[in-house]
Design a protein around this ligand. Structure first.
Ligand code: SF4
Length: 377
C-alpha cells in the first residue's frame, strides 16, 4: 500500500546547463490548466485505494512557481481522496529567486512543513557555470523567508565536482551552508548527460570536468565538514540533523510504495513501477477527457529484479543491509550467493562487513555504481 505521494511540477523559468530532467517554460495559463489536470488525476488515483499517506513531495521542475492557493487546493483535494497521517511530512522543492516571504508563508498555511531549497553553490561564478537563474543573495533570502514563515525543516541542495570548483570554493560553500543552520543538506556529484548544454561543452573540450581523485577528495571534505558541524550522513548524498532525515526519500530507499502524479512522474504501487508519459500537453489533454494519462512504462518488479533493486537501495544507506533480515524478506542468502562480490569489494576497501551487517565505505559510496554493477552482473 502506498504511503507516499509524489507530485511532479514540470515547469522551469530557465533550463540549467547540466539538467536532463524534463521541464518546460510555462506559457500563460499553462500552470492553472496543469493543476486542473492534476486534480483530476488525484481523484482517479484515489480509486487505487492507497494506505494512509505519511509523506507528500512536490518535486520538479520548480514547484515554487505554484501560487500558495494552488498548493492548498492540491493538498485539500488530496485530503478528500486519501487518508493523510496526522504526522505527514509535506515537502516542496523551491528555487531561490522564485518566491518571497508571502509566498512561502502561504505554503506553510497550506500545510507544507518542509522546504527543499535548490542552492547548489554559494560561489557566484559557479552558479553561472551551472546556468542557475538565482544569485547567492537569493539563497540567503530564501532561507530567511522560510525561517520567518516558521519552517523548522529546511534542506539545501548542493552540487560538488563543478568545473572550476577548487578546494576554497567548496570550503566557502560548506561554511555558508553550515552557518545558515539548515536541518538537512544534500550534496550531489555533478554528473552530465551528453545531450545537456554542459555535457556538450565537455564533449568538445570547452569545459573540463574535475579529475576523479579531486571529486573523491571533495566528497571526503563534505562528509568531514558536515559531520563536524553536527550532521549525520544517512545516505550516499544526504546529511541531516538527528530526526530531520527526509522521510519521503527514505521511503524510496527502503522499498516503500508511493503514488506518482503529474507529467513524467514515477510511482511504485502493488509491486509495479508506473511512469506517466512526460509530455505536459498530452498529459493535460488525456485528463481533460477524463482518462488517466498514458503510461510510458508499467513494469512489474518481482523475483531477481526485486531483490537486486533492494540490495542497491539498501547499500545507498549508511546503515547498509542486514543479512538475516534480507534473507527473511527476499529468500536470498547474500553471504553465499554473492561471496565473490563481497570478497572483491571488501578486499578493495569498497565495503565492510561486521557481524550480520554489510555497508559501503566512504570510498564505496563514491564508487557505488561500480559496486552496484557487480551485484547486477
Ligand atoms: S531548476 Fe532544477 S529542474 Fe529546472 S532546469 Fe534547473 S536543475 Fe532542472
Amino acid at each position: 500500500m502506498a504511503t507516499g505521494l509524489y507530485i511532479h511540477i514540470p515547469f522551469c523559468l530557465r533550463k540549467c546547463g547540466y539538467c536532463d530532467f524534463y521541464s518546460v517554460l510555462p506559457e500563460p495559463g499553462m500552470i492553472s490548466r496543469y493543476i486542473r489536470a492534476l486534480l483530476t488525476e488525484l481523484s482517479l488515483a484515489a480509486e487505487l485505494q492507497p494506505g494512509s499517506l505519511e509523506t507528500i513531495y512536490f518535486g520538479g521542475g520548480t514547484p515554487s512557481l505554484l501560487a500558495p492557493e494552488q498548493v492548498a487546493e492540491i493538498l485539500q483535494v488530496a485530503g478528500t481522496c486519501f487518508k493523510i497521517n496526522q504526522n505527514v511530512e509535506i515537502t516542496l522543492e523551491a528555487n531561490p529567486g522564485t518566491f518571497d516571504y508571502q509566498k512561502v508563508q502561504g505554503y506553510r498555511e497550506a500545510g507544507v512543513n518542509r522546504i527543499s531549497i535548490g542552492a547548489q553553490s554559494f560561489a557566484p561564478d559557479l552558479l553561472q557555470i551551472l546556468g542557475r537563474s538565482h544569485t547567492v543573495q537569493h539563497i540567503f533570502q530564501a532561507v530567511e523567508y522560510c525561517r520567518r514563515a516558521g519552517f523548522d525543516n529546511l534542506n539545501l541542495d548542493l552540487i560538488y565536482g563543478i568545473p572550476g570548483q577548487d578546494e576554497q570554493a567548496l570550503e566557502d560553500t560548506l561554511c555558508q551552508a553550515v552557518q545558515l543552520e539548515v536541518d538537512h543538506i544534500s550534496a550531489y556529484l555533478l554528473q552530465l548527460a551528453p545531450e545537456t548544454p554542459m555535457g556538450r561543452q565537455v564533449s568538445c573540450r570547452q569545459v573540463e570536468m574535475l579529475p576523479e581523485d579531486m571529486e573523491l577528495d571533495q566528497y571526503t571534505r563534505i562528509i568531514n565538514r558536515l559531520t563536524r558541524a553536527g550532521y549525520h550522513q544517512y545516505e550516499i548524498s544526504n546529511f541531516a540533523r538527528m530526526g530531520k532525515e527526509c522521510r519521503h526519500n527514505l521511503l524510496y530507499w527502503q522499498g516503500g510504495e508511493y503514488l506518482g502524479l503529474g507529467a513524467g512522474a514515477v510511482g511504485y504501487l502493488n509491486g509495479s513501477r508506473i511512469k506517466n508519459y512526460g509530455d505536459v500537453t498530452a498529459y493535460m489533454t488525456a485528463l481533460e477527457a477524463g482518462q488517466l494519462p498514458l503510461r510510458e512504462e508499467l513494469e512489474l518488479v518481482t523475483g531477481q529484479d526485486l531483490w537486486q533493486e533492494r540490495i542497491i537501495m539498501g547499500l545507498r544507506l549508511t546503515r547498509g543491509i542486514n543479512f538475516s533480515r534480507f534473507q527473511e524478506q527476499y529468500g536470498i542468502d547474500i553471504l553465499s550467493e554473492f561471496a565473490d562480490v563481497l570478497k572483491v569489494c571488501t578486499d578493495t576497501g569498497l565495503m565492510e562487513i561486521s557481524g550480520e551487517q554489510m555497508r559501503l565505505t566512504r570510498r564505496g559510496f563514491f564508487l557505488s555504481n561500480e559496486v552496484f554493477c557487480r551485484f547486477l552482473a
